[in-house]
Each structure stands twice: as structure tokens, then as C-alpha cells.
Ligand binder design. Sequence first.
Ligand code: TMP
Length: 203
Amino acid sequence: MFISFEGIDGVGKSTQIRLAEEYLRSKGKDVICTLEPGGTELGQEIRNLLLHRKGDVAPRAEALLYAADRAHHVATKVRPALAEGKVVITDRFLDSSVAYQGAGRKLSANEVRNISLWAVDGLLPDLTVLVDLDPAIAAERRKSTGEAPDRLEQEKLDFFQAVRDEFLKLAQAEPGRFLVVDATESPAEIFVHIAKKLDELLG
Ligand code: TMP
């Protein structure tokens, strides 16, 4: 089982990933949690280039760097774990590229999706949890952590609005794969919806 968590920065994905991991372990599943960008050693270097290097990155170069991270991640970590029967939970996957680079950077959503699909040789999650939140509230939450914003987090509200809208569009287009949860609910309330979906998947 392959599960991705998506959403704009600051919505509380990490908390839900932790809860999902614990829940699946309590059901006897062998779970690995990973992330994009940066789920591998090579990916950590790409992550650093994307988020912490000074200076601009051309939008198409940005899209390709995320796709390169994803290609290596899927080939060397995700697919091998799935082949061993593990549950893989990833913090972000190709929908992030469609939303951030496709909509946020105004590249074609379809082209960005196709680049990523090629990168991962067609692998899609069984379940994608979209943690949805108004970008203004997400920005407040990010500020309250006191952490310095990375290159992407420095983008303005209209960038995050475009990213959020694209995520919601993607969820509407694939209702079978997506579960949309409302990040204004408490973490425990949100997880009730996710656990129900996980139960369905576990059968
Ligand atoms: P995070 O690990 O803190 O979520 O940071 C990753 C950042 O990279 C976040 O701002 C979203 C962004 N991102 C993209 O723009 N495209 C992608 O394909 C992925 C995976 C992440």
C-alpha cells in the first residue's frame, strides 16, 4: 500500500503522517515513512539545492529537480519497500509538482504531471490525503513556529492560493484516490476521517 500526504506548507501534514504510521503499526503493518524532496541521500542534496541554496531557480529547472528527486526516490526506496510488502507513507509526491510547479509557477499542469509520471514509471499512490487549509491561516501557522522560511515558503499568498486551488482540482478529478480533510479541525478529528479510509483500504 502506497499513501501520499499533500497540502500547502503549514497545514499539519506531519502530525497526520505520524498518527497514520502509528495506526498502521498497531494493525500489524510494516510501515516506512519517507518524504519528497529528500527521501534518499541523493534526494537530500537535491532538497538542499531546491530549498536552501541562494538565488533563483528557473521554473523548468525547479520542476526537473523535483522530478529527479522523485525518480531516484521511487526507484531506490519506494518500489523496493512496496515489493517487500511494506506500507509506504510519503510526505508529498507528484501532486505537489503539479500544484506547485504546474499552478504555482504557471507551467502547464499536464506537462508537469507527465514529466513526473515518466520519472516514476507510472507509479501512483493507492491513497492521497489532501490536508486542506486557507493559505492565510497556513501562513500564520508557519509564522508561529518561529522557523526561518525556506525558498518556497517565502512565496506570497497568491502563489499558495494557486497551489491550494490546483490540489483541490486534482482531488475533484480523482475522487477514488484522494481523501480531502479540513485542517481547521483538531488533529484528532482530522485523523478520524483518515483512519476510516485506512480501514477501508485494509479491507
Ligand atoms: P517540505 O518538506 O517542508 O514540505 O518542503 C518541501 C517544499 O517543496 C514545499 O514548499 C513544497 C515544495 N515542493 C514542490 O514545490 N514540488 C514538489 O514536487 C515537492 C515534492 C515539493
